[in-house]
Design a protein around this ligand. Sequence first.
Ligand SMILES: Nc1ncnc2c1ncn2[C@@H]1O[C@H](COP(=O)(O)OP(=O)(O)O)[C@@H](O)[C@H]1O
Ligand SMILES: [Mg+2]
Length: 333
Amino acid sequence: MTQLMPPLDDLLVTDEEANNLTYFAFAKSHKAEPALAPTKASVGEMPDVLAGRYRIERLLGAGGMGAVYRARDLLSEQFGDPDPYIALKILSEEFAESPDASALLYSEFALTRRLRHDNVLRLHSFEVDTDCQRAFITMELMRGLTLDKLLCERPLGLPWKELRDIALPLLDALAFAHARGVLHGDMKPSNVMLSEEGVRLFDFGLGQAEEGILPGLPHLSRNRFNAWTPGYAAPELLEGQPLSASADVYGVACVLYELAGGKHPFRRLPSTEARDGHLERELHAPRNLPKHCWPALRTALAFNAADRTITAAQLRDAMGATSTWLQRLRLRA
Ligand SMILES: Nc1ncnc2c1ncn2[C@@H]1O[C@H](COP(=O)(O)OP(=O)(O)O)[C@@H](O)[C@H]1O
Ligand SMILES: [Mg+2]
Protein backbone atom coordinates (compact mmCIF):
# COMPACT_ATOMS: atom_id res chain seq x y z
CA MET A 1 0.00 0.00 0.00
CA THR A 2 1.27 3.47 -0.77
CA GLN A 3 2.20 5.40 2.31
CA LEU A 4 0.02 8.49 2.28
CA MET A 5 1.38 10.20 5.38
CA PRO A 6 5.07 10.73 6.14
CA PRO A 7 6.36 9.27 9.44
CA LEU A 8 5.50 11.35 12.52
CA ASP A 9 9.08 12.56 12.98
CA ASP A 10 8.98 14.08 9.55
CA LEU A 11 5.90 16.08 10.45
CA LEU A 12 7.73 17.93 13.18
CA VAL A 13 9.55 21.05 12.18
CA THR A 14 12.77 22.43 13.56
CA ASP A 15 12.71 25.64 15.61
CA GLU A 16 14.43 27.54 12.85
CA GLU A 17 11.85 26.49 10.29
CA ALA A 18 9.03 27.15 12.70
CA ASN A 19 9.95 30.83 12.85
CA ASN A 20 9.01 31.19 9.24
CA LEU A 21 5.83 29.23 9.44
CA THR A 22 2.22 30.01 9.95
CA TYR A 23 0.03 27.35 8.40
CA PHE A 24 2.92 24.94 7.99
CA ALA A 25 3.68 24.70 11.66
CA PHE A 26 2.81 21.02 11.75
CA ALA A 27 3.54 19.80 8.28
CA LYS A 28 7.06 19.44 6.99
CA SER A 29 7.42 19.48 3.26
CA HIS A 30 8.72 16.27 1.75
CA LYS A 31 8.27 17.29 -1.86
CA ALA A 32 10.88 18.65 -4.24
CA GLU A 33 9.46 22.15 -3.78
CA PRO A 34 9.05 22.85 -0.09
CA ALA A 35 6.25 25.03 1.17
CA LEU A 36 8.51 26.23 3.95
CA ALA A 37 10.58 29.35 4.19
CA PRO A 38 8.81 31.78 1.90
CA THR A 39 11.09 34.45 0.50
CA LYS A 40 11.08 37.27 2.98
CA ALA A 41 9.53 40.38 1.50
CA SER A 42 9.52 43.82 3.03
CA VAL A 43 6.21 45.35 4.14
CA GLY A 44 3.95 45.79 1.14
CA GLU A 45 6.19 44.00 -1.35
CA MET A 46 4.63 40.91 -2.84
CA PRO A 47 6.44 37.68 -1.87
CA ASP A 48 6.49 34.50 -4.01
CA VAL A 49 4.73 32.52 -1.29
CA LEU A 50 2.00 34.10 0.81
CA ALA A 51 1.35 33.10 4.41
CA GLY A 52 3.84 30.23 4.04
CA ARG A 53 1.36 28.39 1.92
CA TYR A 54 0.20 29.93 -1.37
CA ARG A 55 2.71 30.08 -4.21
CA ILE A 56 1.76 32.88 -6.59
CA GLU A 57 1.82 31.64 -10.18
CA ARG A 58 0.37 34.29 -12.45
CA LEU A 59 -1.82 37.35 -12.63
CA LEU A 60 -5.42 36.67 -13.63
CA GLY A 61 -6.78 40.19 -13.47
CA ALA A 62 -6.26 43.54 -11.81
CA GLY A 63 -8.77 46.13 -10.69
CA GLY A 64 -9.20 49.27 -8.62
CA MET A 65 -7.88 48.10 -5.28
CA GLY A 66 -6.03 44.92 -5.92
CA ALA A 67 -5.20 42.02 -8.13
CA VAL A 68 -6.25 38.43 -8.56
CA TYR A 69 -3.62 35.74 -8.99
CA ARG A 70 -3.66 32.08 -9.72
CA ALA A 71 -1.82 30.34 -6.89
CA ARG A 72 -0.93 26.85 -5.76
CA ASP A 73 -1.94 25.82 -2.27
CA LEU A 74 1.24 24.04 -1.18
CA LEU A 75 -0.45 22.55 1.87
CA SER A 76 -3.19 20.78 -0.11
CA GLU A 77 -0.54 19.73 -2.61
CA GLN A 78 1.53 18.22 0.17
CA PHE A 79 -1.43 16.15 1.24
CA GLY A 80 -1.86 14.86 -2.29
CA ASP A 81 -4.74 17.04 -3.46
CA PRO A 82 -4.89 16.51 -7.25
CA ASP A 83 -6.10 20.07 -7.81
CA PRO A 84 -4.28 22.40 -5.41
CA TYR A 85 -4.92 25.48 -7.52
CA ILE A 86 -6.82 28.45 -6.18
CA ALA A 87 -7.41 32.09 -7.03
CA LEU A 88 -6.17 34.72 -4.60
CA LYS A 89 -7.36 38.31 -4.38
CA ILE A 90 -4.94 40.66 -2.67
CA LEU A 91 -4.85 44.40 -2.07
CA SER A 92 -2.34 46.26 -4.19
CA GLU A 93 0.74 47.79 -2.60
CA GLU A 94 -0.75 51.29 -2.29
CA PHE A 95 -3.70 49.94 -0.29
CA ALA A 96 -1.79 47.28 1.62
CA GLU A 97 -1.40 49.33 4.77
CA SER A 98 -4.80 51.01 4.77
CA PRO A 99 -7.00 49.47 7.47
CA ASP A 100 -10.10 50.67 5.59
CA ALA A 101 -9.02 48.84 2.44
CA SER A 102 -8.47 45.63 4.43
CA ALA A 103 -11.90 46.12 6.03
CA LEU A 104 -13.45 46.49 2.58
CA LEU A 105 -11.77 43.31 1.42
CA TYR A 106 -13.06 41.57 4.54
CA SER A 107 -16.52 42.91 3.84
CA GLU A 108 -16.36 41.43 0.32
CA PHE A 109 -15.39 38.13 1.92
CA ALA A 110 -18.17 38.22 4.51
CA LEU A 111 -20.85 39.21 1.99
CA THR A 112 -19.89 36.51 -0.48
CA ARG A 113 -19.60 33.89 2.24
CA ARG A 114 -23.22 34.56 3.16
CA LEU A 115 -24.19 33.29 -0.25
CA ARG A 116 -23.93 29.55 -0.59
CA HIS A 117 -25.25 29.20 -4.07
CA ASP A 118 -24.08 27.18 -7.07
CA ASN A 119 -23.80 30.32 -9.14
CA VAL A 120 -21.91 32.48 -6.68
CA LEU A 121 -18.14 32.05 -6.65
CA ARG A 122 -17.01 30.06 -3.62
CA LEU A 123 -14.57 31.71 -1.26
CA HIS A 124 -12.25 29.69 0.97
CA SER A 125 -10.56 32.01 3.45
CA PHE A 126 -9.57 35.53 4.45
CA GLU A 127 -5.95 35.76 5.54
CA VAL A 128 -3.15 38.18 6.23
CA ASP A 129 0.47 37.61 5.30
CA THR A 130 2.30 38.78 8.37
CA ASP A 131 5.57 39.53 6.55
CA CYS A 132 4.23 41.81 3.86
CA GLN A 133 1.17 42.70 6.00
CA ARG A 134 -1.27 42.28 3.18
CA ALA A 135 -4.77 40.94 3.50
CA PHE A 136 -6.04 38.52 0.87
CA ILE A 137 -8.92 36.21 0.03
CA THR A 138 -8.50 32.68 -1.28
CA MET A 139 -11.22 31.27 -3.52
CA GLU A 140 -12.09 28.66 -6.09
CA LEU A 141 -10.16 29.08 -9.32
CA MET A 142 -12.42 29.47 -12.32
CA ARG A 143 -11.07 28.17 -15.58
CA GLY A 144 -13.19 29.97 -18.04
CA LEU A 145 -14.16 33.28 -19.47
CA THR A 146 -15.60 36.44 -17.99
CA LEU A 147 -18.64 37.68 -19.92
CA ASP A 148 -16.72 40.70 -21.26
CA LYS A 149 -14.21 38.33 -22.89
CA LEU A 150 -17.07 36.19 -24.17
CA LEU A 151 -18.62 39.29 -25.72
CA CYS A 152 -15.34 40.06 -27.50
CA GLU A 153 -15.46 36.59 -29.03
CA ARG A 154 -19.15 36.84 -29.90
CA PRO A 155 -19.69 40.45 -31.00
CA LEU A 156 -23.18 39.72 -32.36
CA GLY A 157 -24.38 38.28 -29.08
CA LEU A 158 -25.54 34.79 -28.21
CA PRO A 159 -28.42 32.75 -29.59
CA TRP A 160 -31.36 32.48 -27.18
CA LYS A 161 -30.55 28.96 -25.99
CA GLU A 162 -27.03 29.95 -24.96
CA LEU A 163 -28.18 33.26 -23.56
CA ARG A 164 -30.85 31.54 -21.47
CA ASP A 165 -28.24 29.18 -20.00
CA ILE A 166 -26.34 32.19 -18.70
CA ALA A 167 -29.24 34.51 -17.88
CA LEU A 168 -31.18 32.12 -15.66
CA PRO A 169 -28.33 31.07 -13.35
CA LEU A 170 -27.06 34.64 -13.19
CA LEU A 171 -30.49 35.97 -12.21
CA ASP A 172 -30.89 33.07 -9.79
CA ALA A 173 -27.64 34.09 -8.09
CA LEU A 174 -28.65 37.74 -7.91
CA ALA A 175 -32.16 36.98 -6.65
CA PHE A 176 -30.63 34.70 -4.01
CA ALA A 177 -28.20 37.43 -2.91
CA HIS A 178 -31.07 39.91 -2.59
CA ALA A 179 -33.16 37.39 -0.65
CA ARG A 180 -30.19 37.04 1.77
CA GLY A 181 -29.92 40.81 2.13
CA VAL A 182 -26.77 41.18 0.04
CA LEU A 183 -26.49 43.82 -2.67
CA HIS A 184 -23.81 43.39 -5.33
CA GLY A 185 -23.20 46.97 -6.47
CA ASP A 186 -21.08 46.19 -9.52
CA MET A 187 -23.09 44.09 -11.94
CA LYS A 188 -21.13 44.09 -15.20
CA PRO A 189 -19.76 41.53 -17.68
CA SER A 190 -16.28 41.32 -16.10
CA ASN A 191 -17.80 40.25 -12.77
CA VAL A 192 -19.47 37.12 -14.15
CA MET A 193 -17.53 34.02 -15.16
CA LEU A 194 -18.50 31.19 -17.36
CA SER A 195 -16.73 27.85 -17.18
CA GLU A 196 -17.44 24.16 -17.63
CA GLU A 197 -18.71 24.18 -14.05
CA GLY A 198 -21.28 26.82 -14.90
CA VAL A 199 -21.95 30.48 -14.29
CA ARG A 200 -20.47 32.29 -11.29
CA LEU A 201 -21.23 35.76 -10.02
CA PHE A 202 -18.34 37.31 -8.08
CA ASP A 203 -16.65 40.54 -6.97
CA PHE A 204 -18.86 41.82 -4.17
CA GLY A 205 -16.15 44.44 -3.55
CA LEU A 206 -18.67 47.26 -3.93
CA GLY A 207 -21.39 45.20 -2.28
CA GLN A 208 -23.32 46.03 0.86
CA ALA A 209 -25.52 44.24 3.32
CA GLU A 210 -29.07 45.45 3.77
CA GLU A 211 -29.93 47.14 7.04
CA GLY A 212 -29.68 44.70 9.94
CA ILE A 213 -27.71 42.05 8.02
CA LEU A 214 -24.12 41.45 9.19
CA PRO A 215 -24.45 44.36 11.65
CA GLY A 216 -20.88 43.93 12.94
CA LEU A 217 -19.33 44.89 9.61
CA PRO A 218 -18.13 48.48 9.48
CA HIS A 219 -20.14 50.74 7.21
CA LEU A 220 -17.57 52.08 4.83
CA SER A 221 -18.07 54.46 2.01
CA ARG A 222 -17.26 52.55 -1.16
CA ASN A 223 -17.01 55.81 -3.04
CA ARG A 224 -13.83 56.67 -1.20
CA PHE A 225 -12.01 53.80 -2.86
CA ASN A 226 -13.80 52.90 -5.99
CA ALA A 227 -16.43 54.55 -8.08
CA TRP A 228 -19.44 52.75 -9.50
CA THR A 229 -18.99 51.58 -13.10
CA PRO A 230 -20.78 54.36 -15.05
CA GLY A 231 -21.99 52.23 -17.98
CA TYR A 232 -23.71 49.73 -15.67
CA ALA A 233 -24.54 51.75 -12.57
CA ALA A 234 -28.11 53.01 -12.34
CA PRO A 235 -28.54 56.82 -12.57
CA GLU A 236 -29.53 57.15 -8.90
CA LEU A 237 -26.17 55.61 -7.83
CA LEU A 238 -24.24 58.07 -9.98
CA GLU A 239 -26.27 60.80 -8.32
CA GLY A 240 -25.29 59.72 -4.83
CA GLN A 241 -28.27 57.63 -3.78
CA PRO A 242 -27.55 54.53 -1.72
CA LEU A 243 -27.13 51.12 -3.36
CA SER A 244 -30.36 49.16 -3.72
CA ALA A 245 -31.56 45.85 -5.17
CA SER A 246 -33.20 47.87 -7.93
CA ALA A 247 -29.82 49.34 -8.93
CA ASP A 248 -28.45 45.79 -9.27
CA VAL A 249 -31.44 44.97 -11.48
CA TYR A 250 -30.51 47.86 -13.80
CA GLY A 251 -26.91 46.57 -14.03
CA VAL A 252 -27.85 42.97 -14.73
CA ALA A 253 -30.38 44.13 -17.33
CA CYS A 254 -27.58 45.98 -19.19
CA VAL A 255 -25.49 42.80 -19.09
CA LEU A 256 -28.33 40.63 -20.43
CA TYR A 257 -29.21 43.14 -23.15
CA GLU A 258 -25.59 43.18 -24.27
CA LEU A 259 -25.38 39.39 -24.32
CA ALA A 260 -28.54 39.16 -26.39
CA GLY A 261 -27.45 41.44 -29.22
CA GLY A 262 -23.76 42.18 -28.70
CA LYS A 263 -24.47 45.85 -27.97
CA HIS A 264 -24.83 47.75 -24.71
CA PRO A 265 -28.37 49.22 -24.50
CA PHE A 266 -27.13 52.80 -24.19
CA ARG A 267 -23.84 52.80 -26.11
CA ARG A 268 -21.95 52.25 -22.85
CA LEU A 269 -22.70 55.81 -21.80
CA PRO A 270 -23.00 56.66 -18.13
CA SER A 271 -26.67 56.04 -17.33
CA THR A 272 -27.24 59.69 -16.32
CA GLU A 273 -26.00 60.85 -19.74
CA ALA A 274 -28.07 58.22 -21.51
CA ARG A 275 -31.14 59.36 -19.54
CA ASP A 276 -30.54 63.05 -20.22
CA GLY A 277 -30.09 62.27 -23.92
CA HIS A 278 -33.40 60.31 -23.91
CA LEU A 279 -31.68 57.24 -25.29
CA GLU A 280 -34.57 55.06 -24.11
CA ARG A 281 -36.47 56.32 -27.18
CA GLU A 282 -34.03 54.43 -29.42
CA LEU A 283 -34.14 51.30 -27.32
CA HIS A 284 -35.47 48.25 -29.12
CA ALA A 285 -35.54 44.54 -28.34
CA PRO A 286 -32.14 42.91 -28.90
CA ARG A 287 -32.08 40.51 -31.81
CA ASN A 288 -31.78 37.22 -29.90
CA LEU A 289 -34.29 37.93 -27.18
CA PRO A 290 -37.68 36.23 -27.55
CA LYS A 291 -40.52 38.77 -27.72
CA HIS A 292 -42.18 37.59 -24.52
CA CYS A 293 -39.03 38.49 -22.48
CA TRP A 294 -38.76 42.05 -23.75
CA PRO A 295 -41.31 43.85 -21.56
CA ALA A 296 -39.59 42.57 -18.40
CA LEU A 297 -36.08 43.46 -19.61
CA ARG A 298 -37.26 46.88 -20.72
CA THR A 299 -38.76 47.57 -17.30
CA ALA A 300 -35.47 46.52 -15.69
CA LEU A 301 -33.66 49.07 -17.86
CA ALA A 302 -35.79 52.01 -16.67
CA PHE A 303 -33.64 55.03 -15.78
CA ASN A 304 -36.04 56.14 -13.11
CA ALA A 305 -35.87 53.81 -10.10
CA ALA A 306 -39.62 54.30 -9.47
CA ASP A 307 -40.36 52.89 -12.96
CA ARG A 308 -38.02 49.93 -12.49
CA THR A 309 -40.80 47.90 -10.97
CA ILE A 310 -39.27 44.46 -11.33
CA THR A 311 -37.11 42.36 -9.03
CA ALA A 312 -34.28 40.03 -10.02
CA ALA A 313 -36.53 37.06 -9.19
CA GLN A 314 -39.34 38.41 -11.40
CA LEU A 315 -36.92 39.06 -14.25
CA ARG A 316 -35.68 35.50 -13.84
CA ASP A 317 -39.24 34.18 -14.04
CA ALA A 318 -39.95 36.24 -17.13
CA MET A 319 -36.80 34.98 -18.86
CA GLY A 320 -37.52 31.40 -17.80
CA ALA A 321 -41.13 31.39 -18.95
CA THR A 322 -42.04 29.97 -22.31
CA SER A 323 -44.13 32.21 -24.50
CA THR A 324 -47.83 31.43 -24.55
CA TRP A 325 -47.93 30.55 -28.26
CA LEU A 326 -45.03 28.14 -27.75
CA GLN A 327 -46.85 26.61 -24.80
CA ARG A 328 -50.00 26.22 -26.91
CA LEU A 329 -47.98 24.62 -29.71
CA ARG A 330 -46.47 22.16 -27.25
CA LEU A 331 -49.85 21.28 -25.78
CA ARG A 332 -51.21 20.55 -29.25
CA ALA A 333 -48.26 18.31 -30.17
N1 LIG B 1 -11.84 33.00 -8.84
C1 LIG B 1 -11.33 33.45 -9.99
N2 LIG B 1 -10.87 32.57 -10.91
C2 LIG B 1 -10.34 33.03 -12.07
N3 LIG B 1 -10.23 34.33 -12.41
C3 LIG B 1 -10.67 35.25 -11.54
C4 LIG B 1 -11.25 34.86 -10.29
N4 LIG B 1 -11.60 35.97 -9.61
C5 LIG B 1 -11.27 37.01 -10.41
N5 LIG B 1 -10.71 36.59 -11.56
C6 LIG B 1 -10.22 37.47 -12.67
O1 LIG B 1 -9.72 38.66 -12.10
C7 LIG B 1 -10.49 39.80 -12.56
C8 LIG B 1 -10.62 40.79 -11.41
O2 LIG B 1 -11.29 40.17 -10.32
P1 LIG B 1 -12.36 40.95 -9.44
O3 LIG B 1 -12.73 40.12 -8.27
O4 LIG B 1 -13.48 41.38 -10.33
O5 LIG B 1 -11.50 42.16 -8.94
P2 LIG B 1 -11.75 43.74 -8.99
O6 LIG B 1 -12.42 44.05 -7.71
O7 LIG B 1 -10.37 44.26 -9.08
O8 LIG B 1 -12.60 44.04 -10.19
C9 LIG B 1 -11.82 39.20 -13.05
O9 LIG B 1 -12.46 40.00 -14.01
C10 LIG B 1 -11.37 37.88 -13.61
O10 LIG B 1 -10.83 38.02 -14.91
MG1 LIG C 1 -14.35 43.15 -10.85
